[in-house]
Ligand binder design. Structure first.
Ligand code: DGL
Length: 279
């Protein structure tokens, strides 16, 4: 059945655009509505109950837009709020943790997997659990998981310092324990980190596989659309809308390098904090 309703995507701000652009690549005919909660970013340093509340409010907003699927394009929100959103949403919900964990298990040869993320995501341990679950399903033995919070990477990415000396030094400091542990696979479990791929790769070395959770998630979106039979077939003119809880102009300035030339445009303002939710 053809379903031309849009896919709703939200993030704490602009980082989720790295997931959105992978969705565009994987399913180019689909319309999307992106909500960036820029006025309340970052989520990575906030408490569990706050992130769940914000995420439920974002869900309510996207549901008013008659979306056919929700993508939580934020690792921290996925880690804290996925279960709650899944319970309350009236459409399928996709998170970014499981897809990245699955790819990591398929890629590792020596069983040593590194996970870099915000402090919030690391503290939940959900990535570790997801990797362990997947490894068990695949019958893999002796998996070792090494987690590292890299909070400064978010600011460096937003500053546009994707390939600078400061970024290299910061990466060397954060990634040292993972290098010493000998990980052969590293999950970039935060929306911003794919922007620092070049530096992270240089520091970790060519032999370490970097997992982009956005790419992995986009494949899950594609599979789910097919499985649920809700693809937007033959739509040659998909609509791509943007909303932000902060100033649209500011959003577009910071977002442009995440998405490519001339994008996004026509961003509208919306604050989801008026929605009453119980956590
Ligand atoms: N989007 C967040 C994540 O993927 C990073 C930025 C934030 O802390 O809000 O965890």
């Amino acid at each position: 059945m053809t379903d031309n309703r849009p896919i709703g995507v939200f993030d704490s701000g602009i980082g989720g655009l790295t997931v959105l652009r992978e969705i565009w690549k994987a399913v180019p005919g689909e319309s999307t509505i992106y909500f960036g909660d820029n006025s309340r970013t970052p989520y990575g340093t906030k408490s569990r109950s706050t992130v769940i509340r914000y995420s439920l409010q974002n869900l309510k907003f996207l549901e008013t837009k008659d979306v056919k699927m929700i993508v939580i394009a934020c690792n921290t929100a996925s880690a804290y709020a996925y279960e709650e959103l899944k319970k309350r949403a009236n459409v399928p919900v996709v998170e970014v943790v499981t897809p990245g964990a699955n790819v990591a298990c398929r890629s590792t040869k020596n069983g040593k997997i590194g996970i870099i993320a915000t402090k919030g995501t690391v503290s939940t341990g959900v990535y570790k659990d997801a990797v362990e679950r997947r490894a068990e399903e695949l019958g893999m033995k002796d998996i070792e998981i090494f987690q590292q919070a890299c909070p400064l990477f978010v600011s460096l990415a937003e500053e546009g310092w994707w390939d600078t000396e400061v970024t290299r030094l910061t990466a060397e400091e954060y990634l040292k324990p993972l290098k010493e542990a000998g990980v052969d696979t590293l999950v970039m479990a935060c929306t911003h980190y794919p922007l620092l791929t070049k530096v992270i790769k240089e520091v970790m070395g060519d032999d370490v596989v970097l997992v982009n959770t956005g790419e992995a998630t986009a494949q899950v979106v594609k599979e789910l659309l097919n499985r649920e039979d809700i693809t937007s077939e033959g739509n040659s003119n998909p609509v791509r809308e943007f909303y932000t809880s902060d100033e649209p102009e500011l959003f577009e300035q910071v977002a442009a390098p995440f998405l490519g030339e001339g994008l996004p445009s026509g961003t509208k303002h919306f604050s989801t904090d008026k929605y009453e939710v119980t956590v």
